[in-house]
Design a protein around this ligand. Structure first.
Ligand SMILES: [Zn+2]
Length: 79
């Protein structure tokens, strides 16, 4: 199985703080080549807002957009 450890960085769309993260990629899709895209969700160091980070397995970040937390955000109360 192909596995990669990548160091990525992105600028927060809310507060412009640069956040650095390391992602672990694995799976058969990595064999498709460097132009496939992967996605991870990560919070900003500065404000904590989550972002969807799309990147190539070369470590090149393609796009960053605000997202809800990986668990789907707050669960509404039934009250
Ligand atoms: Zn931020």
């Amino acid at each position: 199985m192909t596995e990669l450890l990548l160091d990525l960085s992105f600028a927060c769309t809310h507060c412009d703080q640069i956040t650095y993260l390391t992602v672990h990629c694995s799976g058969a899709s990595l064999a498709a080549g460097p132009r496939i895209t992967a996605k991870t969700d990560a919070p900003c160091y500065g404000c904590g807002k989550y972002h969807a980070i799309h990147f190539h397995p070369t470590g090149e970040v393609i796009s960053v957009e605000p997202s809800r937390s990986p668990c789907g955000g707050p669960i509404p109360s039934r009250n």
